[in-house]
Ligand binder design. Structure first.
Ligand code: CP
Length: 318
């Protein structure tokens, strides 16, 4: 008779489904997640009980509204439960100097999956290296934000009916904006898209992403001129200047307000196009344009729920 207190049960080794960056998302997986998200949106009842008895830890070393709440709502809607560290920097043992790796090893003993937001590029990948449960990135500093990019694709598909042969303008702080860095890479998985990168020279998208796009022979144009670019776009994706990533407040002030989407900009945007923003916004979209039917950013935030349900279902369902 096996001593059940000392002998671990036999386990089949199934690779864990981590989602630590856009490299993990090939076109087949993107399409699977988007289809599953659409199914959850059409019929929420099919989600009931899918993750019943499972626990998700949401571990956030940086502030969040949308990502944390939507992941937690998604887990509850799938029938699971949540352990939450909404301020892991100040209120976990990170404040005593514990390493990320040790924290992840320990939390993985209590939870069946971990959603991690951290200020350091590569943190989610480091966590995945030591984790015994799936790790899903909720943003790693100015690195990447893969589930935001998935919900952005979901929004584009829902609003415009396709993910290919689109001209997409990504505007603002492309150096530090992790959402646009991930979105550019995911858009390059679909044929015929053209990316227009709109930023001041100092806030250009990093060579790591631009190099990958060029390697994938992605049609790419860079400009500083927002007004000149909008007239032939299908999607204008505006971003916040990321104050928290600048070395000084003087440098941030130099770029704050560099691009503002006003009613005048919206007059130039084609009638069929949409305006997106990952939010939070800080003055870079005039609230006067909120009622324009092309302003999709609050619908976009809402879509995070369905997409994160699909991501958790993919990563954690038995
Ligand atoms: N878009 C986004 O990541 O928002 P939060 O920082 O509020 O999660």
């Amino acid at each position: 008779v096996r001593d059940t207190l000392t002998a671990p049960p036999a386990r089949t080794q199934v690779p864990l489904r981590h989602l630590t960056g856009p490299h993990a998302l090939d076109r087949a997986l993107i399409e699977h997640v988007l289809e599953r998200a659409a199914a959850f949106e059409r019929a929420t009842e099919i989600a009931a009980g899918r993750l019943s008895g499972r626990l998700l830890a949401t571990v956030f070393y940086e502030p969040s509204t949308r990502t944390r709440f939507s992941f937690e709502a998604a887990m509850h809607r799938l029938g699971g439960q949540v352990l939450s560290a909404e301020n892991a920097t100040g209120a976990s043992s990170a404040a005593k100097g514990e390493s990320l790796e040790d924290a992840i090893r320990v939390i993985g003993g209590y939870a069946d999956g971990i959603v991690l937001r951290h200020p350091e590029v590569g943190a989610a990948e480091r966590a995945a290296q030591v984790s015994t449960v799936p790790v899903i990135s909720a943003g790693d500093g100015p690195g990447h934000h893969p589930t935001q990019a998935l919900l952005d694709l979901y929004t584009i598909k829902k609003e415009l009916g396709r993910l290919d042969h689109l001209r997409v303008g990504l505007a603002g702080d492309l150096r530090n904006g992790r959402t646009v860095r991930s979105l550019a890479l995911l858009l390059s998985r679909f044929p015929g898209n053209e990316l227009v990168l709109i930023s001041p020279p100092a806030l250009r998208m990093g060579e790591d992403v631009v190099g990958s796009l060029e390697e994938a022979q992605q049609d790419l144009r860079e400009t500083e001129d927002l007004g000149g670019a909008v007239a032939d776009l299908d999607v204008l994706y505006q971003t916040r200047i990321q104050a928290e990533r600048f070395e000084s407040s003087e440098e941030y002030e130099r770029y704050r307000g560099v691009y503002v989407v006003t009613s005048e900009v919206m007059r130039r945007l084609p009638e069929h196009a949409i305006l997106m923003h990952p939010l939070p916004r800080l003055g870079e979209i005039d609230p006067l344009v909120d009622d324009d039917p092309r302003s999709a950013y609050f619908r976009q935030a809402r879509n995070g729920l369905w997409v994160r349900m699909a991501v958790l279902d993919w990563a954690m369902a038995r």
